[in-house]
Unconditional design. Sequence first.
Length: 368
Amino acid sequence: MAKVRQRTWKIPGQRTKRKAWGFVTVGDDGKQIRVFRSDWSKEDAEKALAERTLEIEPPDANTSGMTLQQAVERYATAKARKKSIEHDLKYYLPMFVTAFGGETTLASITSAKIAEWRDARLAATNPRTSQPYAAATINRPLAALRHLLQLALDEWGVLSAVPKVRLEDEPEGRIRWLQPGEEARLLAACAESKNPELLAIVTIALETGMRRGELLGLTWDRVDLSRGVIRLVGKYTKSGKGREIPMRQAVYTILAAMPEPREGRVFKTRSVRTAFENAVAEAKVENFHFHDLRHSFASWFVMRNGSLQALREILGHADMKMTLRYAHLAPDHLRNEIEKTERPTASEITQEITHARVTDVAAVEVAR
């Protein structure tokens, strides 16, 4: 079976070890073939193995000659149902069309070219914020490009190997929640906003943890006032899975008070970005974004002893790791876990041993 491997060996008389990438395969005669080179990277070894075992033909105009622009157009068709396809086509992939050129062939996009783009981005300043680009801002386009190149290899058959795309390490997500005074000021500012729906939207976000897109896209057929729940279907959630969110009294009061007819979208507002930012500024709440309303709900939920599993279901986290970011806020969470696994103290262990010895002696005396 053909495999790419890294070989490591120690040089006699030296502490350092030598490493080399290569591959192991079987020839036509059934004998094992081992090829390793110290100047190869893993990508080089994969490419060499592919050329040997798959007998890849030289590029032609109909396959490996596919240009980046052609690949983006095919990607648009292949991933039409992808939730983030709009961002991929509008923002991310055009960055590389501009940087590399639309007529550049996929086969000529190397790891070196991609690394050069990444390094230039790291050294640049975001014109909107006047700050260096965040790791996530650099990683999203790179992830889209890597996905496209992987499709070109796995499904389109126009690449023999995918160049290595290294992503930047992203810091752990920030958790910012409102303090009681901040909440009161923010809600007061929302009540004075020119957007008449802002107060209701912000209040429901604080009481349910719903994402902005989930709120603004909410329709009346998913609001069940008789049961007191909001039903979200997978088509409109980030995880792709549906969930039900029980209404707190504040949420029920807002929705039940809305006038008839209750059809279509609950909120007519398409965007609350400007109105929300103005309210945050008016309330003098520092470093606070709309998504932090979700963090506020989760933080308060945990600090009031809500279970992490319940929180995961309410927020719709696909991975428990996301929910565990709030675990440290639970006042008794770690204490209870420590107490459950508490070991006897040294004095207790000594007392148990002494008691056992006295019992044994007493048993012997009775036997006599």
